[in-house]
Design a protein around this ligand. Structure first.
Ligand SMILES: [Cu+2]
Length: 501
């Protein structure tokens, strides 16, 4: 709980990229001309027959009624449609992604998780402000093969609207199970019954994967240490889908970064325009240009979109790499490559025959500000990764020098306290820091002081950088976790336990 001196004892930035980076978030968006290592990688679909450019289809939707959504998610291995091909994979309810769950603040969400996999799994509702204790968002309990478990989440009546998501959280298996297909979106909105085509809402769950033949590819130990990134970047399980819209309409897009490790930096081209009006938790004071937005894995963005013919492109994001092990990010398969190293994520085509949305949803309201609240406790958490220890002498991924132990409590917090956490990263690659249950207000990010109220549940901690966040540990006593949302790193141990009581 010492107060660190920012800027001390820090190695110089790599490759001449300043620590502040090109973006405010402190991540460098690689310019193709500036970094020789960035190169185009052609499609690597392993002959799976992945197809590109089909018409976008909306994931199945399940809605609450009279304050309750009571549903079942069956996790199963089998042949499912992915990237336009039939692929051996995992799926919730047979879909990539699983069904979108639409609920309102104050609702009860009940999910019976049925495990038809041949390995343990469980469920985490990422970003929801709900109790971490059973039967709520308890990630410590596993659901064994053939078993089922019913989770019940009571959303507070003032729960922020916006987009959240669900995925398994069985330690040491999280990245593999998400990579193979297990995820889905949760939309918290004032009117779950509303027809999304009439409100102009679209859920875009972004995942990445590599295929080998007709199956999801296995990954190497090196991929795990760097954090795996797939050759294919998919939207709702589709490769470069085509979204049909009404020219001049305004839509609301809920973008979920459900990639295991990939950071998303988005751009639009043509007559398509978009700005971010809300991030993980609550709305922004002022819309954010896409150039100023990087969505780390696990993070979300609510976009207000001016519909026109054009595309959304992905710009490579350099998140650093293990010394001597090669870099990460930036190399993507796909078509329509641009001079900035970007690839097309999706296209929009307009047609007068497409009906315009008849209403619009309100942007999420902003959350309050903790900067004027007294701080009860200040802590420093250190994320580290380096050689040594572990089986085979591989990399160790730790928080405060320790690998995850579910039986150990790393941070004991008094219910109701506001705490200030400095999260430091002593390694050569970025680690996105995720805290379950309690949202974080970012005071200092990788680029410096944050002046507006910014509420996230995944905060990027740049290589050799640090961030400062405040958290109000109110309402929800219990045990939960914080971890790196490069999910391979979480599986390799970069996770700790917080107990609030
Ligand atoms: Cu990490």
């Amino acid at each position: 709980m010492t107060e660190p001196v920012r800027g001390a004892d820090r190695p110089p930035p790599r490759g001449g990229v300043t620590r502040r980076g090109v973006l405010g978030a402190g991540l460098a968006v690689a310019a193709a001309a500036g970094l020789g290592a960035w190169r185009w990688r052609p499609w690597s679909d392993g002959g799976s027959g992945a197809t590109t450019g089909g018409t976008w289809s909306r994931p199945d939707v399940r809605r609450s009624a009279a304050g309750v959504l009571d549903t079942r998610l069956t996790a199963r291995a089998g042949v499912h449609e992915l990237a336009g091909a039939r692929v051996q994979s995992l799926a919730f309810e047979g879909g990539h992604p699983g069904p979108t769950l639409r609920v309102a603040p104050g609702d009860t969400l009940k999910i019976e998780l049925v495990n038809e996999l041949d390995e343990p799994t469980n469920l985490h509702v990422h970003g929801l402000q709900v109790s971490p204790g059973a039967p709520g968002d308890d990630v410590f309990t596993l659901v064994q093969p053939g078993a089922s478990r019913t989770y019940e989440y009571d959303l507070p009546t003032d729960h922020p609207t916006g987009v959240f998501w669900y995925h398994p959280h069985a330690h040491e298996r999280v990245a593999d199970q998400l990579w193979a297909g297990l995820c889905g979106a949760i939309v918290v909105c004032q009117d779950p019954a509303a027809d999304e085509s009439s409100t102009g809402e679209r859920v875009l769950v972004v995942t990445d994967v590599t295929l080998a033949g007709d199956a999801v590819a296995a990954v190497s130990q090196r991929d795990r240490m760097n954090g795996r990134e797939g050759d294919l970047v998919l939207v709702d399980g589709q490769s470069e889908p085509v979204l049909e819209g009404a020219p001049g309409a305004t839509e609301t897009w809920y973008v979920v970064n459900a990639c295991c490790s990939r950071y998303l930096s988005l751009r639009t081209d043509g007559d398509l325009a978009a700005r971010c009006v809300a991030r993980d938790q609550g709305g922004l004071d002022a819309p954010l240009a896409l150039e100023d937005l990087v969505v780390p894995p696990g993070g979300r963005a609510v976009l207000e979109v001016d519909v026109g013919d054009g595309s959304v492109r992905l710009v490579p994001v350099d998140r650093g790499g293990m010394g001597g092990m090669g870099g990460t990010g930036g190399m993507m398969g796909g078509s329509g490559g641009g001079t900035d190293g970007s690839v097309r994520l999706l296209s929009v085509v307009t047609a007068d025959a497409v009906p315009a949305p008849s209403t619009r949803v309100d942007a999420p309201a902003a959350l309050g500000d903790l900067r004027d609240r007294p701080v009860a406790v200040r802590r420093t958490l250190t994320l580290a990764s380096g050689m040594g220890g572990g089986m085979g002498g591989g990399m160790r991924f730790t928080v405060d020098g320790a690998m995850f132990d579910p039986d150990r409590t790393d941070q004991a917090v008094i219910l109701g306290d506001v705490e200030e956490w400095t999260v430091r990263n002593t390694s050569s690659m970025a680690h996105p820091f995720h805290l379950h249950v309690w949202p974080m207000q970012v005071l200092v990010d990788g680029a410096g002081d944050v002046t507006e109220p910014r509420w996230l549940d995944v905060v990027d901690v740049p290589a050799y950088g640090e961030v400062v966040v405040r958290v109000s540990f109110d309402r929800f006593p219990g045990r939960s976790v914080y971890h790196c949302h490069v999910l391979d790193h979480e599986d390799l141990g970069m996770m700790g336990v917080v107990e609030v009581g």
